[in-house]
Unconditional design. Structure first.
Ligand code: SF4
Lengths: 254, 254
């Protein structure tokens, strides 16, 4: 049977149409000023042409905002499930999204062992890269190309606000923007590695969420963790995928 | 003998020309892009017309940046000393400046008993009020007048970056800017009260630093601490005053 999972994040809304273990359709958009509108858009897009009403599971910040879902599940459960579908031997998930970050430890069977969540401080989230990129007039999507092979310039501030001022000073002092950006990515990767280290985790580690698409971040994170960091083309859909999977299981039980 | 104390802060540079326990001259300016320039400006202004070279003590972030000082002392020692001169029975100093905040516990004799310092997170500092005021197109100096007697609108985010977004949303939702600003001040006062509570402190509490000039902040801080909060017209000079006092003592010894 076809099931749908929608992950209503504060920055992006992701959705998956799933059949068994196979992704049939993907949906991704910037979360609207009214997040419920994005959920409705995801729902309409994913179910278009599908006979009947697929089982719908919602996760993410906005999961309570509409009343037509069959189930609402916390992000932590969905991300763990989704990560295991993307890579079946995953023991640690590090998810860095636009406005939060989490580390999830799974046991050998994929059950939740422990987790940590940060949605209080912008410095450990995609927002940090957004703010600094905007300050330097760079597109976040260009970070990889710009910083490829560039020696990072050290950055002192960890706070997004103070880092923004520091970056402006470094530019005035004539430091090249690509060296500053590499330094910013490196500082954030180091911070994320500390965050992971607060949990007792094992490999393989799967990196999910929007920031996982940044290859230079991945490389620096692997360096600071001194371990391999895996990712997946569908890594940004891990939460939605897990949500859709819950529907598949529900279907089997009933 | 005349002595000079200069407090080279990251936002403002303050200086005092002292004779015994009496302030002869004050100096205050925005810290220049090159902080050493502001120290030199303070030094030249304060010593103008003074015979000989007054004993100079430097404190604050920039205290190592020039080589003509007789002494360099940490902020914590200077703030404690300065606070006691402003109010002799002070047992707790809460100092909130442009980019840091500190709580200092003093024993009955005014000796340092314990302290806490935050210069890592903009949310507990004057920078928080600056960022939000700028977002709402308000001058920080106007906060008191604007928020006087206004019921604070609740604010969820504690992070400066997330609070900025929240404030923009609240404006779009039609909430009055003065209610938002009162909410912002209240949220920061609550956070500062938590910060103070992390130390075992006693009254009287003297509030110093740039933010101490904001009467509505003081009122809300007193409410959250459930205790009186004193301040002084010269509260922003506490560090410089303490530094100048160290010179007075030095003179007596030698
Ligand atoms: S450190 Fe900076 S980014 Fe983090 S909570 Fe504080 S203000 Fe926000």
């Amino acid at each position: 049977a076809l099931t749908i999972g929608i992950d209503s994040g504060s920055t992006t809304t992701k959705g998956i149409l799933l059949e068994g273990d196979s992704i049939v359709r993907r949906f991704l958009c910037q979360t609207s000023f009214r997040p419920a509108d994005s959920i409705i858009e995801a729902w309409e897009t994913l179910r278009a042409g599908v006979a009947g009403k697929p089982f719908l599971t919602l996760t993410g910040y906005g999961r309570q905002l509409v009343d037509f879902a069959d189930k609402q599940v916390t992000e932590i459960s969905c991300h763990g499930l989704g990560a295991r579908l993307l890579r079946s031997d995953t023991r640690t998930v590090i998810d860095i999204g636009g406005q939060d970050s989490k580390v999830i430890a799974l046991d050998e069977s994929g059950n939740l062992a422990d987790f940590l969540m940060n949605d209080k401080c912008a410095a450990g989230t995609g927002r940090f890269l957004d703010v600094i990129s905007r300050t330097l007039g760079t597109q976040v999507e260009q970070l990889d190309i710009i910083t490829d092979g560039v020696e990072p310039h050290p950055l002192t501030s960890m706070c997004t606000v103070f880092a923004e001022s520091e970056v402006i000073s470094l530019r005035s002092a004539g430091i090249a923007p690509e060296a500053i950006l590499a330094g910013v990515i490196n500082a954030m990767a180091r911070r994320s590695a500390h965050f992971v280290a607060r949990l007792s985790t094992q490999g393989p580690l799967l990196f999910t969420g929007g920031v996982s698409h940044c290859a230079s971040f991945r490389r620096m994170l692997a360096g600071h963790l001194n371990s391999e960091v895996f990712t997946h083309d569908d890594a940004q859909y891990a939460g939605a995928l897990g949500a859709a999977l819950i529907g598949q299981r529900q279907g089997k039980r009933s």
